[in-house]
Design a protein around this ligand. Structure first.
Ligand SMILES: Cc1cc2nc3c(=O)[nH]c(=O)nc-3n(C[C@H](O)[C@H](O)[C@H](O)COP(=O)(O)OP(=O)(O)OC[C@H]3O[C@@H](n4cnc5c(N)ncnc54)[C@H](O)[C@@H]3O)c2cc1C
Length: 451
């Protein structure tokens, strides 16, 4: 009899796990269960459909049905796994008609993802309140933007700000409310966040920092929110206040969770229960710098972990070493990227840092169209290693963040970066690569601190 792999959740992590398992074993039976009515799609693209950069939500669907057919993946849409029995190695699920069925597995992969977290504030039961996680959520917000005069986004993380930018691009008055003292607090330090804030405000986005939403007012429909006693009118409110991993099913089955609340795994993405793996937003990862558990909750981590879980479940060998949480985004004409620890996260982890920071140009100074780019490097004062970077600029941010992510993974010191060979041509870069110059600035600071 062929071996059987069951995968719960069929988005980024689940589908990558299935495809990777298939590449290892051509005969294993692979069944994917998903609650959703569509096959895997890019959540990351949702804000860009809202902003009309992508014409249609359906364009976000990653593979056509023929892909699943070709790869012999049995994709069951609108099927919700309800119970896992680790002893009999079975999964119970319910289909859309309410029928309950059972699947036998040799290996099981949990790829159940995460769901939006909405803080318990007054007035949540009104029409006009949204979250952005699924394609259906996106379509609802899209319709709301058609009719709204003003919209409030609660939370200035990546998803919140990307959604807010879409609001402005659709000509809707948009206000972001952030409880913490600066925007993108998980991704950036305050100084870099200030640069982003300035750009966003120049484009017409209103941003209120340092206070939370106390209440949503209106009768049955949202009329606005109150923030620190002040009423701000709005037709639509979108909560973008973080996500929580979907772990209840795993927990009920006796699979151990880690201290972050995600499913605990080893480097092979194996959980505490033999033959059960976990990957993606529902699983923990290890921070490559602090070596502490973390929830990465990025699509990039999801596919990497999914790949490892799929290969191992199919009898191959793969390892996922951990994450730096590298991320990049584009808001209006500004690119924003980060990798590793922020200076404030480093300090919280007891790491003494030295900072290099520089604003330069993306082409030779004299070349028409050169754009500004600001690079911040975070250096561990003791080891002189690069442990983080944040970059904002008009272009060329992504590949610099990638390069610095490689450097951090390879434990490169700031001294090595300062003598690294880079390339130059007037239309493409400055003679002196800005990352290298930033490293030199950090070295001078390190020296001053020693003297
Ligand atoms: C608006 C937005 C923008 C984003 N932008 C980026 C970006 O630019 N870059 C980036 O790296 N990441 C981005 N992300 C994050 C990225 O989308 C997630 O990290 C990624 O989707 C995680 O994939 P996953 O497969 O682990 O989980 P999910 O995508 O959450 O998929 C899990 C699936 O499992 C299903 N499921 C759960 N429980 C069950 C059950 N019991 N039975 C059956 N099915 C179940 C869920 O319905 C869901 O379909 C963004 C997210 C959002 C919402």
């Amino acid at each position: 009899l062929p071996r059987k792999i069951v995968i719960i959740g069929a988005n980024a992590a689940g589908v990558e796990a299935a495809s990777s398992a298939r590449k290892i074993d051509r005969s294993v039976e692979i069944t994917l269960l998903t609650k959703e009515k569509r096959p895997a799609y890019s959540r990351c693209g949702l804000p860009y459909v809202l902003g009309r950069h992508i014409s249609n939500f359906e364009n976000l669907i990653i593979f056509s049905p023929s892909y699943y057919h070709l790869m012999k993946l049995d994709l069951r849409l609108e099927c919700t796994a309800t119970n896992i029995d680790k002893n009999s190695k079975t999964v119970d699920f319910r289909d859309k008609t309410g029928n309950q069925e059972e699947l036998q597995f040799d290996d099981l992969i949990m790829a159940t993802g995460s769901r939006p977290f909405v803080p318990p504030i007054k007035g949540l039961n009104k029409a006009g309140i949204h979250v952005l996680r699924t394609l259906d959520d996106g379509q609802k917000i899209d319709r709301a933007l058609e009719k709204s005069k003003s919209i409030i986004i609660v939370g200035a993380g990546l998803v919140g700000l990307e959604t807010a930018v879409a609001g402005i691009e659709r000509g809707v008055e948009t206000t972001v409310v952030e409880l913490l003292p600066y925007i993108l607090p998980q991704t950036l330090d305050r100084d870099i966040a200030k640069l982003v804030l300035k750009k966003l405000e120049e484009k017409g986005l209103k941003i209120m920092i340092g206070s939370g939403v106390d209440e949503i007012y209106g009768t049955t429909k949202v009329r606005g929110v109150s923030v620190a006693g002040k009423k701000i009118p709005a037709d639509t409110v979108v909560f973008s206040t973080g996500v929580r991993p979907n772990v209840e099913l795993a927990q009920k089955a006796g699979i151990l969770l880690g201290e972050t609340g995600g499913i605990k795994t080893n480097m092979g993405m194996e959980t505490s229960v033999k033959d059960i793996y976990a990957c993606g937003d529902c699983a923990e990862t290890i921070n490559l710098i602090t070596h502490k558990p973390m929830l990465s909750q990025l699509g990039t981590t999801a596919v990497n972990q999914g790949r490892v879980a799929g290969i191992n479940a199919a009898g191959g060998y793969a390892r996922f070493l951990g994450s730096l949480g590298s991320s990049v985004t584009k808001m209006f004409d500004l690119e924003i990227g980060a990798t590793g620890l922020t200076a404030s996260a480093a300090e919280k982890n007891g790491i003494k840092t030295v900072i290099g920071k520089l604003t330069s140009k993306t082409k030779a100074e004299y070349y028409p169209g050169a754009k500004q780019i600001t690079i911040k490097l975070i250096i561990d004062r003791l080891t002189r290693r690069i442990i983080g970077s944040q970059i904002v600029g008009g272009e060329e941010v992504t590949q610099r963040i990638n390069a610095l992510s490689f450097a951090i993974q390879k434990q490169m010191s700031v001294d090595e970066l300062s003598v690294a060979e880079t390339c130059y041509s007037p239309p493409l870069n400055e003679t002196w690569e800005p990352m290298v110059l930033t490293a030199e600035i950090a070295i001078r600071k390190l020296k001053r601190q020693k003297d």
